[in-house]
Ligand binder design. Structure first.
Ligand code: AFP
Ligand code: FBP
Length: 345
């Protein structure tokens, strides 16, 4: 039993206790500690802002703006955060390979270092359009087991459903820096104590309220949505006079980490639906780097996550950078949005 005046539990202690409970092995514990350390370095870079010379777009070697595998302009902090995560995770001996939203293919651990049994995926700096305007951004990560006897890991070894994740988390760089983590035994939040340089447990077993009156969606895309999505949002906007019988509020930060953090804290539904304007018409978000880790965190907090029809965590990925429609958050509201889509099919 923890005494009432006990000092706060650090991430290190939390992970050691989870290891004692048999929920993780030492290698996974060390991997998560390294990921958290990399997030601290990114937090320092983000926090310096203009003083660190890290704002603005990254330059390509050949001149002009650097673009990533998705064809999106890269910010200097996208590139820096990617390098920090790759470097921090290269030498620990617990990883076999990393895959990043910013890189076309996965990167096996260099031969100079021992190779471990895990695969790490990350979106190094999600919401990077917010960097230059000083609004919250974050890092999202997901951990999978590397299949046995694969030799040198390649992209196909990452193509596992979200249910196979052994850990997932994000770090939000906001007014405070917070790490939100699950290893499949609840979702817990740690706040960075900048004086100590340690993440301290500040919310154990986060719980997303089952119902909500708040939705998060980029309404400017409305004309590109399919019919059931149009109908669902029309009924939300109709408020208490409409079929839903209650008024809804809207929030959209354009930083998934920040929107999901709000939902884990006070409920809500986050939606990036199927969208005719995007390649493949599957919306903007990536299954492996954004949807899967966030879906696991939200489910572990009692919420739900679907692609409008089916559970996100059950989707069998076909490629590393696959996009997927995302509906996640308060359980009853995700069920309602999903019902509109299923009934339409
Ligand atoms: P960036 O990292 O390129 O800014 O993308 C962030 C994101 O994928 C996700 O965090 C947001 O929810 C979403 O984009 C916002 O997209 P819109 O700009 O289309 O609203
Ligand atoms: P609070 O300080 O009470 O949160 O109010 C903030 C605010 O005045 C503005 O910062 C913001 O633009 C606006 O409310 C948001 O209002 P709404 O809830 O109507 O979207």
């Amino acid at each position: 039993m923890t005494p009432a005046n006990a000092s706060p539990v650090s991430l290190t202690r939390h992970l050691i206790e989870e290891e004692r409970r048999g929920h993780i092995c030492a290698d996974l514990r060390l991997l998560l500690e390294v990921a958290a350390r990399a997030c601290k370095s990114i937090s320092v870079a983000v926090g310096k802002g203009a003083l660190g010379g890290v704002l603005g777009e990254a330059e390509a070697a050949a001149g002009g703006t650097s673009v990533n595998v998705q064809g999106e302009a890269q910010k200097k902090l996208d590139v820096l955060s990617n390098e920090i995560l790759l470097e921090a995770n290269a030498w620990g001996g617990h990883l076999a390979a990393c895959a990043s939203e910013e890189m076309e293919h996965c990167q096996p651990i260099p031969d100079a270092y021992p190779r471990g049994n895990y695969l790490l995926l990350f979106d190094p700096l999600d919401g990077s359009s917010n960097i230059d305007v000083n609004v919250s951004v974050g890092t999202i990560f997901s951990v999978l087991r590397c299949p046995d006897d694969v030799g040198t890991p390649c992209d196909e070894h990452f193509l596992q459903p979200g249910t196979a994740q052994v850990a997932a988390g994000y770090c939000i760089y906001g007014p405070s820096t917070m790490l939100v983590l699950t290893i499949g035994h609840g979702t817990h939040a740690f706040t960075l104590d900048r004086e100590q340089g340690a993440f301290l447990l500040t919310r154990k077993h986060m719980q997303v309220p089952e119902q909500t009156k708040e939705f998060a969606i980029n309404m400017s895309n409305q004309r590109h949505w399919e019919a059931p999505m149009q109908a669902y949002v029309r009924d939300l906007l109709a408020g208490r006079e409409g079929p839903r019988g209650k008024d809804f509020n809207m929030r959209w930060i354009a930083s998934m980490v920040a929107d999901v953090h709000r939902i884990l804290t006070r409920g809500g539904v986050f939606i990036y639906p199927r969208d005719r304007k995007d390649p493949g018409k599957a919306g903007k978000l990536r299954l492996m780097y954004e949807a899967n880790p966030m879906a696991l965190l939200v489910e572990q907090a009692g919420g739900a996550a679907t692609n409008g029809r089916d559970r996100i965590l059950d989707i069998a990925p076909g490629e590393l950078h696959q996009r997927v429609p995302v509906f996640l958050g308060s359980r009853d509201e995700v069920a309602e949005a999903t019902r509109y889509h299923r009934e339409h099919d």
